[in-house]
Design a binder for this molecule. Structure first.
Ligand SMILES: Nc1cc(-c2ccc3ccn(Cc4ccc(CN5CCCC5)cc4)c3c2)n[nH]1
Length: 240
């Protein structure tokens, strides 16, 4: 997978070079290129923003600079363009799997109050463009959202995770939150590991884990229960 990121703060994307993602680059599983938007300015001030038409607080990013940058960065194999924004469709595990199947992703990181809408409108004439939100809170720019999305997507690629079974058993993979996890010691600060997990009875252990996942989902994310497909809960589940 080829990933390109356009930003006025390239240094914000340095974490993509570290740890697991850095190893994925070293292994040739992904390529990551970060581009400074200001490379496509032509004025001495390298201006990338201007006042909003219609008034309002803050500044809006200029379409001309973004247009030239995306023409250059998106050249070659047509990518899927992802534009983080508070006003976007939700980024979900399902969308992460969709992106993991793409050969090329380009991320456009806005700042200020966002990017002139015509940049998205124009790009949509040539490629798939998604305006995506990573949550219902407002960041200062798109860079952190790109770090979140790249991490969620790249970990799904074959060969990236040391333990691929982990991604297969992700939260949400069965529609529920995962329950609690434990490791040694058996007792820590007077807190003991639940007996069933040391019983060796894997039928009971699986049942206990599912009960814990259901309880936690009911308590923290009842909306996920409503979204479960018909028949996803068996009669034991419904008794909880
Ligand atoms: N999931 C998520 C994504 C982001 C995000 C992504 C890209 C940019 C580029 C600039 N900003 C700051 C920013 C500040 C104010 C407004 C104005 N809006 C008016 C009412 C609420 C806000 C918009 C945008 C981003 C924010 N934030 N959260």
């Amino acid at each position: 997978m080829r990933i390109d990121v356009v930003t006025i703060f390239p240094e914000y994307l340095e974490p993509l070079r570290a740890a697991l993602l850095g190893k994925a680059v070293d292994k040739g599983l992904i390529s990551v290129d970060v581009h400074d938007l200001r490379d496509w300015t032509h004025d001495v001030h390298k201006a990338v923003d201007d006042s909003p038409y219609g008034g309002g607080p803050g500044m809006v990013m200029k379409p001309q600079v973004w247009g030239e940058a995306l023409d250059a960065v998106c050249a070659g194999e047509t990518p899927r363009l992802v534009v983080p924004t508070p006003a976007g469709r939700p980024f979900t595990q399902r969308l992460a799997h969709e992106y993991a199947a793409e050969p090329r992703l380009v991320f456009a990181c806005g700042r200020y109050e966002g990017i002139d809408q015509r940049v998205v409108d124009d790009a949509s004439r040539r490629m798939r463009v998604d305006e995506v939100s990573i949550g219902d809170y407002v960041l200062v720019g798109g860079e952190v959202a790109v770090l979140v999305m790249v991490e969620a997507v790249v970990r799904l690629l074959p060969g990236v995770l040391g333990n691929p079974a982990s991604a297969a058993q992700d939260s949400f993979s069965d529609g529920l939150l995962e329950g609690p996890s434990y490791t040694r010691p058996e007792v820590w600060r007077d807190l003991a590991v639940p007996e069933v997990l040391r019983s060796g009875n894997h039928r009971l252990i699986d049942r206990w884990r599912r009960d814990q996942a259901l309880r936690r989902t009911l308590e923290r994310r009842p909306d996920l229960l409503d979204a479960l497909p018909e028949g996803a809960l068996d009669k034991h589940d419904r008794k909880l």
